[in-house]
Design a protein around this ligand. Structure first.
Ligand code: 1OR
Ligand code: 1OR
Length: 315
């Protein structure tokens, strides 16, 4: 039962003492009361956050209860590199720059544009903040405190490691990574199910995810006009991906829209990784991916008689 008496954080005793549980489980649950309107905005902001995807409904509800809203101003430092980690942040609105120290200077390495999340690394691995995050517009963030993050997300990651460790070890793409780096990949992935014929990727869309097939088959198709003047495009099958194979890397590598579409054939499960984690963790796998992209270009010539489309994509 949840009784909320007034605004501000509430701390409730969740469950009876269990000697098998971690220290973190003995602390009461954090709850910030929210209006229906706030909860709706929060749910919308959290909808695509991969770290939340594998939580069961009760865990998800505890996470949403514990989150609190923070408004920020342009130029505000949300996180400073090397500080201790306090919160995990989900972006509701606003733009943010990411800086990482290199040779004594702050180097701009990326940005967030009105979506996504940051601040998970220091909380997951008990390390100092790995980057500085500065608001470049007024913005609204949802924050999750360290204790709740560790109690729910980090615990869930331990479960994920047990589940995916063996599978991840079999992936040829990840052989260039150290074991500890492969485990970091497991920490950021989530598993997503698709039903027969469901579209996973739409050609021409902006890209924000990378996929590894966990089970089932994925059909890759490409739209092509039969002649230059032809208005009607036909969709041609160009490849199939099965367990252990990946797709959706091309747009992330080239920073271009999706070059092809992907559809589930029967029931499909994919491991999904967001673009920031892809850039942060899969750098060492880039050689293997680029070799494959060169293969796409050859295949494109064989199938369509020209490679202009991918040449444009990877220019
Ligand atoms: P954190 O808790 O360390 C800073 O606090 C956050 O910035 C970090 O969690 C990530 O959520 C986020 N390298 C490290 N942290 C990053 C990076 C990043 N990008 C975002 N964060 N790199 C950029 C990859 C696009 C690698 C730079 C070498
Ligand atoms: P993406 O991010 O562009 C669609 O989203 C994905 O389909 C793409 O990344 C690849 O991972 C995947 N040409 C282009 N994309 C391909 C191809 C491909 N095969 C798989 N994808 N070719 C097929 C070669 C057998 C060449 C075109 C004929």
């Amino acid at each position: 039962m949840k009784v909320v008496l007034s605004a501000g954080p509430k701390f409730m005793c969740a469950e009876a003492f269990n000697p098998d549980e971690d220290e973190e489980d003995k602390e009461p649950l954090v709850t910030y009361p929210k209006t229906d309107e706030q909860r709706q905005r929060l749910q919308e902001a959290c909808r695509d956050i991969l770290l939340f995807k594998n939580l069961d409904p009760e865990e998800m509800s505890q996470v949403l209860d514990a989150m609190f809203e923070k408004f920020c101003t342009e130029g505000e430092h949300i996180i400073d590199q090397d500080d201790d980690g306090d919160n995990f942040y989900v972006i509701e609105s606003g733009t943010f720059n990411i800086f990482v120290k290199a040779d004594g200077a702050d180097k701009l390495v990326g940005c967030y544009d009105n979506r996504g999340s940051f601040g998970e690394l220091a909380l997951m691995y008990n390390t100092p903040r790995a980057a500085t995050i500065i608001a470049t517009s007024p913005g609204a963030l949802w924050c999750l405190d360290r204790l709740t993050f560790r109690r729910i997300i980090v615990k869930n990651n331990a479960k994920k490691r047990r589940l995916y460790e063996a599978f991840i070890e079999t992936l040829p793409l990840l052989t260039s990574l150290e074991l500890s780096e492969r485990m970091k990949v497991v920490d950021v992935i989530s598993s997503k199910a698709f039903s027969d014929s469901q579209q996973i990727i739409a050609q021409g869309d902006l890209a924000d995810c990378f996929y590894i097939v966990e089970s089932g088959q994925v059909r890759i198709t490409m739209k092509r006009s039969r002649t230059k003047k032809d208005q009607e495009e036909e969709e041609v099958d160009i490849a199939t991906c099965s367990r252990g194979q990946y797709f959706g890397e091309l747009a992330l590598v080239t920073n271009k829209p999706r070059a092809a579409s992907a559809y589930a054939v029967g029931s499909v499960k994919c491991l999904v990784m967001d673009v920031k984690a892809f850039e942060r963790l899969l750098g060492p796998c880039m050689d293997i991916m680029k070799r494959n992209i060169a293969n796409y270009e050859e295949q494109l010539v064989t199938l369509f008689g020209s490679s202009t489309e991918i040449e444009q994509q990877s220019a």
